[in-house]
Design a protein around this ligand. Structure first.
Ligand code: F6R
Length: 577
């Protein structure tokens, strides 16, 4: 909305950089602007279907993150009342619905939005204004995240704090059903019942340096290289090397229940699910508590058996993943104790759970999760050791060794990062492949899964992660001289077996890239390439083994000219179901 009283809309298919090119050098002065990078649900990605959407008579302009599930029915009703539609989106239906109520009722926009939302089934984070009153922005949230950044004489509205942390550290988190009206004079926050709420301003502790690219070419590379520091941040105040003690303050109130747990259910998606698998192995090994790891999306749509004495632990970087949020709500409704390991302070999942641990990895901007994964695994290792200590399932000596192992991780990762050039060279050997296989056993199986996910999401090379021993039950048929097989083969109790797997791959002319423990001459002789990692026990080995795979994916994607930080079709926070 410009100072000359005109609303101007620019839309463009593609990424934000394309929009910047499209808008070009045109400079506009104005006080209110809205924008949204759309996740295509209804209608293909196109300039027309892009946000903002304007209602038929131009009285309402809005951006919307979420899905209007009953959009067809609403569209039919509006069509009968003379409305026509330019796009295939559900959002345009919402714009027209608000406009219809706004014009017919001759009421303030806020009231029209409130009434329109009572007719909507679905999820939304919404920013709406009318060119008739360019000084007022109405926002609302249900199911999709929304926050307000409070600056000096200005407000920002966003899905999370990352994009606005450059401008302000003060934020107000909206709850489901909340609406707010932002004006020059201030803001008014209301709940579902139209009751005025006192806005609670929280400070986020992310500094500008955290969101700046600095000397790195990409956020993903920066975040991979940040890991020695981000893990130290995760561990700070939680592990005491001198006393040999672990303190998880966020779980203090629920520790007795955790220590006596009959079982623990971990729910997560994607990379966080892989961290959950590492957590399962660690907690079962060290604390002897049975753990089930579930994809949040599967858990919530089947009829899971949840007992009131169950503990359900969500693992999530963003704290906003729709499926994980819904799964935790389901677990809560069945009486289970909901906990979370989460990176974003004040996020929806952290507010939906009764206790938990923040990973403090700092904002993760690259779409492919790297430092958030290692932070999650570090927290799970602390939790497993703590529970093992409290339950008496590990000896004081093993507990002490575990503490020392974890404390040595940042410097060991530093050593792996020195091999960046070596990994880049290895990437040149595989970037032309169409398919790839990632294998690992025991603790290295989740690492193989995560390595495969990293490669496929940013390079678009098909990558499958498999338990190494399962290879002979099917995937071995794929192996020929064109197939890179990445084997995570650190020296642990299944090492000998993995050596046999390397031999099996070589016998079929597969190209082996192996992640091995320093000084491993046996696999070096057989493999085409080896990347060495420092020795570590099972408590910490996954934290080391994943790092070369993150670097490998990064370099392969770069060689293929991919948009490493913004891979196609993916979003950083998956707030759609
Ligand atoms: C992959 C990746 C995703 C996320 C998943 C869950 O690199 O980032 O697989 O791990 O979308 O997201 P969170 O952890 O925010 O719940």
């Amino acid at each position: 909305m410009l100072d000359d009283g005109q609303a101007r809309t620019y839309k463009c298919k593609g990424d934000v950089a394309s929009l910047v090119d499209f808008v070009g050098q045109q400079q506009h002065e104005g006080t209110l602007a809205i924008g949204h990078t759309r996740w295509a649900t209804h209608g293909e990605p196109s300039d027309l279907n892009a946000h903002p959407h304007t209602s038929m008579n131009g009285k309402v302009i809005l951006v919307h993150n979420g899905i209007i599930e009953n959009y067809k029915e609403l569209k039919e009703k509006l069509t009968r009342r003379g409305y026509s539609f330019k796009t295939e989106t559900d959002t345009e239906v919402l714009a027209n619905l608000i406009e219809y109520i706004y014009i017919r009722g001759n009421i303030p926009l806020e009231m029209a939005v409130r009434l329109a939302l009572t007719k909507v089934v679905g999820a939304y984070a919404l920013c709406v204004y009318t060119p008739e009153n360019a000084e007022t922005l109405v926002i609302a949230r249900l199911g999709s995240p929304l926050i307000i950044g409070v600056g000096k004489g200005e407000y920002f509205v966003a899905s999370d704090a990352t994009p606005i942390s450059e401008y302000t550290q003060s934020v107000i988190m909206l709850n489901d059903g909340d609406m707010a009206v932002l004006q020059r004079e201030g803001l008014q926050l209301k709940n579902t019942l139209n009751q005025t709420l006192k806005p609670e301003v929280q400070l986020i502790d992310w500094d500008v340096e955290n969101v700046a690219l600095g000397s790195y070419d990409h956020y993903m590379l920066k975040e991979i290289f940040e890991q020695p520091r981000s893990i130290e941040d995760t561990l700070r105040g939680r592990i005491d090397g001198q006393k040999g003690a672990i303190t998880l303050g966020g779980l203090y109130s629920v520790m007795p229940r955790l220590v006596n747990a009959r079982r623990l259910i971990i729910i997560a998606c994607g990379t966080s699910w892989h961290a959950g698998l590492v957590g399962e192995y660690l907690i079962e090994d060290l604390a002897r508590i049975p753990v089930e790891v579930e994809y949040a999306s599967e858990f919530r749509y089947r009829e899971p058996i949840i007992y009131p004495d169950d503990i359900v632990l969500a693992i999530t970087q963003s704290g906003e993943t729709a499926d994980t949020l819904a799964a935790i709500k389901l677990a809560k409704s069945k009486g289970a104790l909901p906990l979370a390991i989460c990176n974003v302070v004040g996020s929806s999942i952290s507010r939906e759970t009764v206790a938990g641990v923040y990973t403090h990895a700092g904002p993760e901007i690259g779409v492919a999760s790297t430092k958030a994964f290692t932070a999650q695994v570090a927290v799970l290792a602390l939790l497993a050791l703590k529970l093992g200590e409290q339950r008496g399932t590990i000896s004081p000596e093993d507990f002490r060794d575990g503490v020392d192992e974890i404390l040595s991780v940042p410097s060991k990762i530093g050593k792996i990062l020195e091999k960046n050039e070596e990994v880049k060279h290895i990437a040149e050997s595989m970037y032309e492949a169409r398919n790839s296989l990632f294998l690992g056993r025991g603790y290295f199986f989740p690492v193989a899964l995560e390595g495969a996910l990293k490669l496929k999401e940013i390079s678009y090379i098909h990558a499958e992660g498999y338990p190494a021993a399962e290879m002979k039950h099917g995937p071995i048929a794929l192996i020929d001289e064109n197939m890179p097989v990445i084997i995570v083969a650190g020296k642990d109790k299944s090492y000998e077996k993995v050596v046999s797997n390397v031999q099996e791959v070589k016998a079929r002319k597969g190209r082996v890239i192996a992640i091995v423990t320093e000084g491993d001459e046996l696999i070096r002789e057989m493999a085409d390439y080896c990347i060495e990692i420092p020795h570590a026990s099972f408590v910490a080995e996954t934290l080391l083994a994943i790092v070369p795979l993150q670097l490998l994916s990064y370099h392969v994607a770069l060689l293929l000219g991919r948009n490493v930080d913004r891979p196609r079709n993916l979003a950083k926070s998956v707030t759609v179901e």
